[in-house]
Design a binder for this molecule. Structure first.
Ligand code: TEU
Ligand code: CA
Length: 554
């Protein structure tokens, strides 16, 4: 395998709106990010992914872009962005941005021109189709609920949107549009950007016949992702995108890919893949409900362990996956993947350890490094997220009682990850001196950066040690390129695996159970590399208390 510059890196996702507000308007901004680069450096972060900072009406929090060449005023200016690039570079860190090119905003100039003249030049940048039998062209349901087709006022004509109606899908069949997107990507890369996280990219290929599909819900619609799962040809677009842009810059790219067709992984992340890597969502998909969040199953430990380890085996055979516990679309990992008794600092460290030492590129989501949890939500009006509001309606329409619908949203809402970063125990968690745009999690008085800086046993201090271990010159190669083998799978509550490179081997083991366990080793321990609590191993036995994790070489 050819080594690439990103293989041994650790990444961190910033959700700018909720990271740090420097000017007191209640909204996180670029100045705030710049002021915390040293904090990220100290954590051991190499690559910073910024969720969208482009000009946007924020219907979907910036994933609806109105101008690909402009910074949102809320976040700052292009000069500030250039400063961020330069300051990151000074510290040996890389910046990647979100690339949202399946759709844009309905406020984008292209769409405004298209809507004014659907038969004109810009009409071909989008998918306009005549209605069918007095209704929309097909029965597709968008990711945020309701039809994928929005009617053009006064005409029997519709445009396609797989997300909100304010996010019209771009017509990738049009070579002029594709060229304009590639030019834009290269413009950012020429500026010194290290690469991109690529949004919802699997959706760019449509079945141009837009056939009706068997309904999968009481609304008579079929999820538009079913079309994605059937259609052929996305690879042609992705190859062209790569060759016209990323490849020329040796850029790091991480694809957000759900609904991949079976057997395609090597094409996505292999030596000659479309992307450097793609996120591993296999554990997150375990809580996909049959109909929505209201019937989302709880994640069981055994299924979680299997999903993670199976995915590692699959990744190893193809390339590198990007490992996450949470992101801006997901609830907090501590609240989701840990049983009640483990939702503690020890549990947060344990979950972090088994995730960050997997093979692949680890992405830490802001606040994960201090063990942030889901928020307590008392009223549906506290949520901002478009998807949460849709899921609430969906639950009520299915006859779920209000309290239960609220609880389902509370457990699964994307806003759990979007509450402001908890910097200190001061007002608004030190996020803003003004009024925060989104509710602050009331637990900030207990869980915050400032307190954890002072506490040698804190989750934050542990994360620093954990990242440092991964990057320690003595172990870096092993944690980057070493193979992964599941271990102790016969032990009910133990998540364990070995990493092996040449004649060196490391065991990562964690006891997710409520009771202590003792693991018998088939060879003597050489060195204790890390643990989240006092541990007394013998030559070949490893006792683990509840929620204890350990990393040894042996
Ligand atoms: O997400 C794509 C996606 O498929 C998920 O959004 C999923 O449908 C959603 O989280 C359900 O609640 C990406 C971005 O990560 C997300 O924030 C955007 O809303 C979406 O694309 C549209 O750009
Ligand atoms: Ca601000």
């Amino acid at each position: 395998m050819n080594k690439k510059w990103w293989h041994d890196k650790v990444a961190y996702q910033i959700y700018p709106k909720s990271f740090l507000d420097a000017n007191g308007d209640g909204i996180g901004d670029l100045e705030g990010i710049i002021s915390r680069l040293d904090y990220l450096k100290e954590l051991g972060v190499d690559i910073i992914w910024l969720s969208p900072i482009y000009k946007s009406p924020f219907v979907d929090q910036g994933y609806d872009i109105a101008d690909y060449y402009a910074i949102a005023e809320e976040f700052g200016t292009m000069e500030q962005f250039d400063t961020l690039l330069a300051e990151a570079k000074k510290r040996g860190m890389y910046i990647i941005m979100d690339l949202v090119i399946n759709h844009c905003s309905d406020k984008h100039e292209w769409f405004r021109k298209a809507l004014a003249d659907p038969e004109g030049e810009y009409g071909d940048y989008f998918y306009f189709r005549p209605g069918k039998l007095g209704g929309p062209p097909s029965n597709y349901r968008s990711y945020f609920g309701g039809s994928c087709w929005e009617k053009v006022p006064g005409r029997d004509l519709y445009y396609l949107h797989m997300f909100a109606k304010e996010q019209p899908d771009l017509n990738w069949e049009n070579p002029v549009l594709r060229r304009r997107l590639y030019d834009m990507v290269n413009w950012w890369l020429d500026k010194g950007l290290a690469g991109f996280r690529i949004d919802a990219i699997i959706n760019i290929k449509k079945d141009l016949d837009f056939p009706d599909l068997p309904p999968d819900g009481p609304d008579g619609l079929a999820g538009c992702w079913r079309m994605v799962e059937q259609v052929q040809g996305v690879g042609t677009f992705l190859t062209e995108l790569r060759d016209s842009t990323f490849r020329q810059h040796d850029a790091f790219t991480v694809g957000e890919v759900f609904n991949m067709q079976p057997g395609q992984l090597p094409r996505f992340i292999g030596e000659d893949g479309y992307f450097s890597t793609i996120f591993d969502f296999s554990a997150h998909c375990l809580s996909d409900g049959g109909h929505g969040w209201y019937d989302a199953p709880k994640v069981e430990f055994a299924a979680w362990r299997k999903a993670v380890l199976d995915s590692q085996a699959e990744g190893m055979a193809a390339g590198f996956k990007a490992n996450i516990i949470e992101n801006h679309d997901e609830p907090r990992g501590v609240s989701r993947f840990l049983p009640d008794y483990a939702q503690t600092p020890a549990g947060a460290k344990m979950l972090g350890t088994v995730s960050l030492l997997l093979r692949g590129i680890p992405f830490i989501y802001q606040g994960q490094e201090i063990g942030m949890r889901n928020c307590r939500w008392n009223d549906i009006r506290e949520f901002d997220d478009i998807s949460t509001r849709d899921q609430y309606r969906l639950a009520l329409a299915a006859g779920v009682p209000e309290a239960q619908a609220l609880a389902a949203c509370g457990a699964m809402s994307r806003d759990n990850a979007r509450t402001p970063m908890q910097w200190s125990s001061e007002k608004n968690a030190g996020f803003t001196s003004g009024t925060p745009w989104m509710k602050v999690n009331p637990n900030y008085t207990q869980i915050n950066v400032a307190a954890q800086e002072e506490d040698p046993d804190s989750v934050l201090r542990y994360y620093r040690t954990l990242v440092a271990l991964r990057k320690d010159p003595a172990w870096r190669e092993l944690f980057t390129y070493g193979s992964v083998e599941p271990a102790f799978q016969d032990r009910e509550n133990v998540m364990a695996y070995t990493r092996t490179l040449g004649d060196r081997r490391v065991l990562v083991a964690a006891n997710f159970g409520r009771e202590p366990v003792t693991l018998n080793l088939d060879r003597p321990i050489k060195q204790l590399l890390l643990s989240n609590g006092p541990i007394a191993p013998t030559k070949d036995t490893l006792p683990l208390a509840s929620c204890q994790c350990v990393v040894i070489s042996y």
